[in-house]
Design a binder for this molecule. Structure first.
Ligand code: NAD
Ligand code: AKB
Length: 323
């Protein structure tokens, strides 16, 4: 099945992950086979190389129309409200994350789609979960609305799989670090912003404490995981919507120290805000052996290799006047 042509829809495609996943999918399946959609309409030229539709995932008939018009058989459902924005507006978070997913699953069932991808997050865990080497099967009692929607989303996905045969797959992404599109309102955003500020102003005010440790992943690994899971044979999967996924864990202080190796004059001050409490409720490290065993997951980047690449790429963008 690996190289078979697919007709793909990416929702939330203008976001941090969608903007890079779209490019990877188009490279693999061809521009004409990857339709992208988002609520927002400001699209970069790079993403305009294929079809773009403005579509609110809360509107099921619009979603269905896009799927039918473009003969879609696979959806990467990335439209969502993330943790920090979700705590500011929990109702919006519930509506977009839950209605959006249910609409996607309803359309997938009715239109007999081949496969659906919908990510979960380390936010599915909560203060009662073991924080180190967090197991695949463990306590799921998050303290944020975003986390609540991620747990419900995993359960809803698995329900549609067992009840209706919808082949939905998902990973619990850690914080994703990247240099192309800024993150969209999460708690792990500091681990991206710190790189931008190291290049732009040589100073960063960090909104979590120096000793805050969270699981993180570089974007190329996140894209690889997504594509690999979506290509895994169904028979090899015991899990579906909820794979733990890990690459590296580090504290905010360790991240700053790694950046200082390349930018010695870089300074960080720590001023924790409401996001500290969210970070403190999430795991420090993740056991992802189910992903490794069931579909061969293995990350490439660690803190040192990611930092070198991030700083090189952001420096190039800065020199080109893009930042
Ligand atoms: P993002 O905030 O960068 O992008 C989300 C996109 O969804 C945005 O472009 C936004 O305009 C769009 N959107 C919001 N409401 C919409 C609606 N009603 N209809 C259509 N589009 C809408 O998010 P991301 O970081 O790219 O995350 C993608 C997915 O991955 C989400 O499910 C998120 O929970 C998950 N995830 C991300 C991370 C991370 O660190 N980036 C970590 C764990 C899980
Ligand atoms: C967030 O911080 O909300 C996201 C996530 C880990 O789900 N980056």
């Amino acid at each position: 099945m690996a190289c078979e042509t697919r007709k793909i829809l990416v929702t939330g495609a203008l976001g941090q992950i969608g903007s890079e996943l779209t490019i990877a999918l188009r490279k693999k399946y061809g521009n004409e086979n990857v339709v992208i959609s988002d609520m927002r309409s400001k699209v970069t030229d790079e993403l305009l190389a294929g079809h773009f539709e403005v579509a609110d995932v809360c509107n099921q008939s619009v979603l269905r129309k896009v799927v039918r018009e473009h003969d879609i058989d696979t959806v990467y459902h990335l439209a969502a409200i993330l943790s920090a924005t979700g705590e500011r507006d929990p109702h919006l978070c519930w509506r977009v994350n839950m209605e959006g997913l249910r609409n996607t699953l309803e359309v997938a069932r009715d239109e007999e789609l081949y496969r659906v991808f919908c990510p979960s997050s380390i936010a599915a865990f909560g203060p009662d979960t073991p924080r180190d080497d967090t197991p695949q099967e463990t306590v799921l009692r998050p303290s944020t609305m975003y986390g609540v929607t991620k747990v419900c989303g995993e359960l809803l996905g698995d329900y549609y799989f067992s009840k209706f045969g919808v082949d939905i797959r998902g990973v619990r992404y850690p914080g994703i670090i990247s240099y192309k599109t800024p993150p969209g309102g999460g708690t792990t955003d500091y681990a991206v912003a710190i790189y931008y500020e190291a290049i732009k102003s040589r100073r960063y005010e960090c909104f979590v404490s120096k000793d805050t440790v969270l699981p993180m992943m570089y974007m190329p690994d996140a894209i690889k995981a997504t594509l690999d899971l979506m290509e895994a044979p169904l028979e090899s999967l015991k899990h579906h919507s909820d794979f733990n996924l890990a690459a590296m864990s580090f504290s905010a202080g360790e991240l700053a120290a790694e950046i200082k190796k390349h930018v010695p004059e870089f300074e960080v001050v720590y001023k924790p805000d409401f996001r500290q409490k969210i970070a403190d409720s999430w795991p420090r490290s993740i056991d992802d052996s189910a992903a490794r065993n069931e579909w061969g997951w293995k990350p490439e980047y660690d803190l040192a290799t990611m930092t070198k690449d991030m700083l090189e790429k952001l420096k190039e963008r800065h020199e080109a006047g893009e930042l």
